[in-house]
Design a protein around this ligand. Structure first.
Ligand code: CS2
Ligand code: MG
Length: 404
């Protein structure tokens, strides 16, 4: 294949910040990669601009695996969200280029479709149970077959996942320092079972329900929650406890049959190898944009397939339409697909990133465009300059830092 002639990083903020890598070959083929890391966008932009882009010029655009190795092994300092988001952007852009060169959608290059479409879940939230039930109803009317449910917690001004809007949820905020939120696990655990029960009661057994504990419980608290909510039959309980120590999931696994989904903060196969090998989780949540791209995430899913673990790729609004499109191509082509997160981007974002993927009948379809099926409107992108924004932090009532 032809050689890379240009590598540019485009930072834009159509309502929230996105970092996009655009590669161009000597014969004019272009590819896009998402390099957005919420709250640390400029770190990845600098890593790409200063340490990666200069190395790409002149390289064979078709040598995807060798380029991955060159940037991973060649960095000497391996892994971590910044490095792996930068490598992910290069990898994703090269798959986009290869699809265009082959005049095929990327999923065809990955082995072809394994299913008619990609079943997705949406984010329903509400400050109260009544508001949450209304939000779930809206997703059911839209045709969703699976809905994540997050509710306010009495006594807490903010609870994870309870957005500021109906369809859109963006946790990062402007300001010199992160917003500090008060957290109480006791208050949360005193209401979450009732919340999930109210949703199950209202919507019946068919609708798949998910809930995100967002890293906030201790292993034994998570074990108790998983056991308590078993009768509500969750499709998954997400991030029940921080998982840097992978063996900690053994505690939760020993106490409950509630399926577990972990991994949106992971960035390499080594973050989840034990979780998968020991079947401590049921779904792996890594994203194309944070875990080394299509090439590496496909490797993770191949390992997962051996151990009966399925995909549940992260798809929050802080991942751009480029990442979502790449995830959809991979979702179609892997045998062990589970579910895809789909948080709607705003119309501003969709205007900057026109794309061929479309929602219908509870599923997303990546479209049949060659490559990923996403473009970047650079003129429009230039009208939305970067705006510093940070994720919140959480503290307990006595001031102790807690996981947000
Ligand atoms: C959340 C994310 O989508 C999810 O499951 O955990 O929205 C997460 O809070 C954000 O991606 C953080 O930037
Ligand atoms: Mg999550």
């Amino acid at each position: 294949m032809s050689r890379l002639a240009e590598a540019r990083v485009i930072v834009t903020c159509p309502g929230r910040n996105f970092v996009t890598l655009k590669l161009t070959t000597e014969d004019g083929l272009t590819g896009l990669g998402d390099a957005t890391l919420n709250g640390r966008e400029l770190a990845v932009a600098a890593y790409l601009t200063e340490h990666v882009c200069p190395l790409l010029i002149g390289r064979d655009a078709g040598a995807i695996e060798d380029t991955w190795r060159y940037l991973y092994n060649g960095a000497y300092w391996r892994r971590g969200p910044v490095t792996m988001s930068a490598i992910a952007a290069v990898d994703t852009a090269l798959w986009d280029i290869k699809g265009k060169a082959a005049e095929m959608p990327v999923y065809e290059l990955l082995g072809g479709r394994c299913r008619a479409g990609v079943t997705v879940y949406g984010h329903a939230s509400g400050a109260t149970v009544d508001r949450l039930l209304e939000a779930v109803g809206r997703y059911v009317e839209l045709g969703y077959r699976a809905v994540r449910v997050q509710c306010g917690v009495p006594g807490l001004a903010a609870a994870y996942g309870v957005g500021r809007g109906e369809l859109f949820y963006e946790p990062a905020e402007g300001g010199a320092r992160p917003r500090e939120e008060l957290w109480s696990t006791a208050a949360y655990l005193s209401t979450v079972d009732e919340v999930l029960g109210a949703v199950r009661e209202r919507f019946g057994p068919e609708l798949e329900l998910l809930h995100d504990a967002h890293h906030r419980l201790t292993p034994i608290e998570a074990a108790r929650l998983g056991k308590t909510v078993e009768r509500h039959r969750l499709f998954w309980l997400e991030d029940p406890t921080p998982a840097e120590l992978q063996s900690t999931l053994r505690t939760i696994r020993a106490h409950t049959t509630t399926p577990l989904a972990v991994g949106e903060v992971f960035n390499s196969i080594w973050d989840c190898e034990q979780l998968i090998r020991e079947q401590l989780i049921d779904f792996i949540r890594m994203s194309v944009a944070h875990s080394g791209g299509i090439t590496h995430l496909r490797r993770v899913l191949h390992l997962a397939e051996l151990h009966r673990v399925r995909s549940g790729f992260h798809g929050a609004t802080d991942l751009s339409p480029v990442c979502l499109a790449a995830a959809l191509h991979l979702d179609l082509a892997i045998p062990n697909f589970g579910l895809q997160e789909y948080m709607h981007h705003t119309p501003e974002t969709d205007a900057v990133f026109p794309h061929s993927y479309a929602f219908r009948d509870g599923m997303l379809h990546p479209g049949e465009e060659p490559g990923l099926g996403v473009i970047l409107d650079e003129d429009l992108a230039a009208r939305h300059p970067y705006e510093p924004a940070l994720l919140p932090v959480a503290r307990l009532a006595d001031g102790t830092m807690h996981d947000w």
